[in-house]
Design a protein around this ligand. Structure first.
Ligand code: NDP
Length: 326
C-alpha cells in the first residue's frame, strides 16, 4: 500500500481525497518509480478542484510532475536505483501521476535527473520551469538577443513567470515583469526584473497596435493580455505563448503579425519531443541560478495539497510548490 491523492467522479460527484492505494491498482508501464517529490502546477490545481477539464480518466492520481528512484524496470534505459524525473505526457490527466508515493510509467517518458539538481530542486523547477525554458529557447530560436531590448514576462510571480524571469536575467536580458501582486515587487526584483507593471493595464481591450516596446515576451495569461503584448511588441519581435491564466480566448487583430512581423510562438510542454526536453533540462542546468530556487519555491506535504490547489487558482501562491510525498 502507498499514500496518494485520488480524484474520483461518479454519481456521488467530483471529489478528491488523500488515501491509501494498493500497488495492484497502478496502471501498466515498464518502469515503477518510488516517488520522492512531486509539484503543484496550475494544471494540477485545475484537476484537483475540478475547475478545468484536465482529468480524462477516473479514478485518477493527479500530478503532472514527479521525481524519484526506479524500483523496478524492464525498460532498457533504466535500472533499479536510477534517479529520474517526469513532466507531462498526459501523466496526471490520462495516466496516474506524481502526487502519490509510487508511479508506474512508460520508460520512454522519463528523463534522467540532471546531475546539477537535487530531487527537490528539480521539482522546484518542474513543468512550470521546464516550460519557461521552452519559452526562452523559442525566443533564442527566433534570434532575440539581449541587445535587442526588453523582454516582458506576464504572470511573473507565478511558477512559469518566476523561472522565466530568473533564466532570462541570468542570460543577460532586461526583464520587465507584469504582475497583479504589488507585494511581490521585491521578490520579482530579487529574481532580476528591472521594472514591474500592473497586470490590470494589460487585462482590458487595447488598440490593434500600441507603442513598440518589447523585443520579446513570455506570456502565461492569454486573452486580452496576450493581445496587448503582441500589439506592443517591437518590429520582428517574438511572443512565446504558453498559458491561459487570464483566459483561453485571444481577442486580437492580425496587425502586429502582418505590419510588424511579430511572431507568436506556441509552447507546449506535454507532448514536447524528448530531444527538446533534454535540451531544456540541459539549459536549465547551465542557465538557472540554483540559489534562486529556494526563493522561488516552498515545500509542502501531501496533506497540504488540497487546500493549496484553490489558493493557486486564485493567484495567491508565489512561485513554485514542491510536494514531498513521503
Ligand atoms: P501559476 O498559478 O503559478 O502562475 C500564474 C500566474 O498568472 C499567477 O501567479 C498570476 O501572476 C497570473 N494570473 C493568475 N490569474 C490571472 C488573471 N486572471 N489575469 C492575469 N494574470 C493572472 O501557474 P503556472 O506558472 O504554473 O502556469 C501559468 C500558465 O501556464 C497556466 O495557464 C498554465 O496552465 C500554463 N502552462 C502551460 C504549459 C504548456 O505546456 N503550455 C506548461 C505549464 C503551464 P501575478 O500574481 O504575478 O499576476
Amino acid at each position: 500500500m502507498f499514500k496518494g491523492i485520488l480524484i474520483e467522479k461518479d454519481e456521488a460527484g467530483y471529489r478528491t481525497s488523500l488515501t491509501d492505494l494498493d500497488e495492484g491498482r497502478l496502471p501498466d508501464g515498464d518502469v515503477t518509480v518510488r516517488v520522492s517529490h512531486s509539484t503543484l502546477n496550475y494544471k494540477d490545481a485545475l484537476a484537483i478542484t475540478g475547475k478545468g477539464p484536465v482529468v480524462r480518466r477516473f479514478p485518477m492520481v493527479p500530478g503532472i510532475d514527479l521525481t524519484g528512484t526506479v524500483e523496478h524496470s524492464t525498460h532498457p534505459d533504466y535500472e533499479v536505483g536510477d534517479a529520474v524525473i517526469l513532466n507531462g505526457w498526459g501523466v496526471g490527466e490520462t495516466h496516474w501521476g506524481g502526487l502519490a508515493q509510487k508511479a508506474r510509467l512508460n520508460g520512454n517518458w522519463l528523463v534522467p535527473l540532471p546531475r546539477q539538481f537535487t530531487p527537490q530542486q528539480a521539482m522546484a523547477i518542474g513543468t512550470a520551469g521546464y516550460t519557461a525554458m521552452l519559452c526562452v529557447l523559442a525566443l533564442e530560436r527566433y534570434g532575440v538577443k539581449p541587445e535587442h531590448g526588453e523582454i516582458l514576462v506576464t504572470g511573473a510571480a507565478g511558477g512559469v513567470g518566476s523561472v522565466a524571469t530568473a533564466v532570462l536575467t541570468r542570460l543577460g536580458f532586461t526583464v520587465v515583469a507584469v504582475s497583479g501582486r504589488p507585494a511581490e515587487t521585491e521578490y520579482l526584483k530579487s529574481l532580476g526584473a528591472v521594472e514591474m507593471l500592473d497586470r490590470a493595464t494589460f487585462a482590458t481591450p487595447g488598440k490593434p497596435l500600441g507603442k513598440e516596446r518589447w523585443a520579446g515576451a513570455v506570456d502565461v495569461v492569454g486573452s486580452h493580455t496576450l493581445a496587448n503584448v503582441c500589439a506592443t511588441t517591437k518590429y520582428r519581435g517574438i511572443v512565446a505563448a504558453c498559458g491561459l491564466a487570464g483566459g483561453m480566448d485571444l481577442p486580437a487583430t492580425v496587425a502586429p503579425f502582418i505590419l510588424r512581423g511579430v511572431t507568436l510562438a506556441g509552447i507546449d510542454s506535454v507532448m514536447c519531443p524528448r530531444r527538446e526536453r533534454l535540451e531544456a533540462w540541459r539549459r536549465l542546468g547551465s542557465d538557472l541560478d540554483v540559489s534562486k530556487l529556494a526563493t522561488i519555491s516552498k515545500e509542502v506535504g501531501l496533506t497540504d495539497v488540497l487546500p493549496l490547489a484553490s489558493k493557486l487558482l486564485n493567484g495567491e501562491v508565489r512561485g513554485r510548490v514542491v510536494v514531498d510525498v513521503n
